[in-house]
Design a protein around this ligand. Structure first.
Ligand code: DMJ
Length: 592
């Protein structure tokens, strides 16, 4: 039975992404007098100055789209540039000096993106579970299409659309965020509707004030992965066009971008709630994967240069106890205050370090070094064991520990797991154990609630163990992080408990979040007479359901040998320069 709350209030959604701890990003307050920069960088502030072997081709088996349509020849052309900066970036960051060829890229994958049989598991029970998740996606999508088509999210109780103000004037966040999920699930009619909407209605000439981070992870990330999966040039062109509109945000004295940008005028500014006009670690630190791919596809080195500049500054700056605080001034390049967290405000910065290394085919050694050094500092200062034996990540406020772990921080089980192989060999098992312990703690935060869904934040003080102690932390907004870690831990260990835990989450979502016209977040995970928040977040379609589907699929569906997932679960391919620049691959491709 799906319970629909009879009494509900229209509310603004609570927290969305990593940059915000609560619903701050929904209230884009422009500070009157601080840190505004125009597209040209002149207003407000003066600028100082401006190995493995190539894989054996899998193409003996015909490359097919999920719906069975034969893959077209989708070679892309791009101009060759000879700038010194491109030469620098091309060695490690994918700006191949050759014309980008979609066909060649496909040849350089170890496995077909969708696996041998679209990842269908042999075990009948697992397959049934996977089908259930697919049905949930179709249900969420159909209701979005029926009641909120073209808006950013569905309001499933009031049966209308939500636009909000995170994406400037951009629309259709749920459509762009869903493209790859629909595609991998083989929901081809739905995917084609989504593609048609992108073609005819995704208007990038909007004039609104957008979160750089959110637009990047959802729109740029969504379009890039749709392109890499399907070869449809439309997606590539839109991604690059949108990427260009984000560049003015970097016009600051340090090149650290501001958090908010007007996509029309290029004016950018800092969040009103971020102290002293600072930029947020999880926001400016979560651009690397997408921007490197923008360079890869456009041959324009500027994207990689922008994110490498951020990397360089962060590498150089002094860090308290080796930790990265969450707020940095884009003007002075100094930390603004010493709050450190692996959850909101910090999280995906760490994720993008290890994923940058993996995405570079393990050539980006700076990213690797920064990741493991940061992880050591995190272990030394933040990782704690509760009296009940649960391992958790506390937050750090200038040396004082806050024994709280956010739902957002639960992605770190998966992150530490995927990085276990590439640190010091003697630490491999240690990292796998740590990843498993954190994932276990996050599962406990679910099992200790009445709904079997986890709260926004849980604590380990005053007798609490993995439970929320404040009313304001009790909500669940369909977030993916716990399930994300189950998926990675399943792929890394094949311990069946992770699939069982994922199934518990499916049952809880069905019981408490499914309403007549979609899925909704809930306000209190500790009561089974749930009150719904009337919001089907786009990341539910992009991440939560995708990770569940992958959890119940074979490992060769979006194999981790070929793909890394951006922080919104959009798969981006590992850039295999050794193969992409290999003459034999090139000739073979050209002659076909
Ligand atoms: C998503 O937009 C991304 O996963 C982001 O990194 C964090 N927050 C949401 C989901 O909770």
């Amino acid at each position: 039975m799906h319970r629909v709350a009879t009494l509900f209030r229209e509310i603004q959604p609570v927290t969305v992404g990593s940059g915000s701890e609560n619903d701050v990003r929904e209230h884009l307050k422009r500070p009157k007098d601080q840190g505004m920069t125009s597209a040209k960088g002149e207003a407000g502030i003066k600028l100082k100055s401006q190995s493995r072997k190539p894989p054996v081709s899998y193409e003996a088996t015909e490359v097919r789209l999920a719906g069975g349509k034969a893959q077209e020849d989708l070679n892309l052309s791009r101009s060759k540039t000879e700038s010194a900066s491109e030469k620098v970036t091309s060695s490690n960051h994918g700006a191949n000096s050759d014309t980008f060829s979609y066909k060649k890229f496909r040849r350089c994958l170890f496995k077909p993106p969708l696996g041998r049989d679209n990842g269908r598991p042999v075990d009948p029970q697992t397959n049934e579970r996977r089908e259930k998740v697919r049905e949930m996606m179709k249900f969420a999508w159909d209701n979005y299409k029926r009641y909120a088509w073209g808006k950013n999210e569905l309001r499933p109780l009031t049966r209308n659309g939500h636009i909000g103000n995170m994406f400037g004037g951009l629309r259709g966040a749920s459509i762009v965020d869903s493209l790859d999920t629909l595609y991998i699930m083989g929901l081809m009619d739905e995917y084609n509707d989504a593609k048609e909407w992108v073609k005819t209605s995704l208007d990038l000439n909007s004039n609104g004030e957008a979160s750089l981070f959110e637009v990047n992870i959802r729109y740029v990330g969504g379009l890039l992965s749709a392109y890499y999966l399907t070869g449809e040039e439309l997606f590539k062109n839109k991604a690059v066009e949108l990427g260009e509109k984000l560049l003015p945000a970097f016009n600051t004295p340090t090149g650290i971008p501001r958090g908010v940008i007007n996509l029309g005028s290029g004016t950018s500014w800092s969040w009103g709630w971020a102290s002293a006009g600072s930029s947020i670690l999880a926001e400016f630190g979560t651009l690397h994967l997408e921007f490197v791919h923008l360079t890869e596809l456009s041959s324009n080195p500027v994207y990689t240069e922008k994110v490498m500049n951020i990397r360089k500054l962060l590498n150089k700056i002094e860090k308290p106890h080796g930790l990265y605080p969450n707020f940095l001034s884009p003007v002075s390049g100094n930390w603004v205050q010493h709050h450190v967290s692996i959850g909101g405000l910090g999280d995906s910065f760490y994720e993008y370090l290890i994923k940058s290394y993996l995405m570079s085919d393990k050539t980006d050694d700076d990213a690797k070094k920064m990741y493991y050094t940061a992880l050591e500092a995190i272990e030394a200062n933040l990782v704690q064991k509760s009296p009940g034996g649960l391992t958790y990540m506390a937050e750090w406020r200038g040396g004082i520990l806050d024994h709280k772990m956010g739902h957002l921080a639960c992605f770190s089980g998966g992150m530490i797991g995927i990085g276990a192989d590439d640190g010091a060999p003697e630490k491999r098992q240690h990292y796998l154990d740590l990843a498993a312990e954190i994932t276990h703690t996050c599962h406990e935060s679910y099992t200790r609630s009445a709904t079997k869904l986890g709260p926004e934040a849980f604590r380990f003080d005053s007798g609490a163990e993995a439970t929320a102690t404040r009313l304001s932390d009790r909500y669940y907004i369909l977030r993916p992080e716990v399930i994300e870690s189950y998926m990675y831990m399943w792929r890394l260990t094949h311990d069946p408990k992770y699939r069982e835990w994922g199934w518990e989450a499916v049952e809880a979502l069905e019981q408490h979040c499914r309403v007549e016209s979609g899925f909704s977040g809930i306000r209190d995970v500790y009561t089974t007479s749930v009150s719904h928040d009337n919001m089907q977040q786009s990341f539910f379609l992009s991440e939560t359901l995708k990770y569940l589907y992958l959890l119940f699929s074979d490992d060769d569906l979006l194999s981790l040998e070929d793909w890394v997932f951006n922080t919104e679960a959009h798969p981006l391919p590992i850039i295999r320069n050794s193969c992409l620049q290999d003459d034999a691959t090139q000739e073979k491709t050209a002659s076909e």
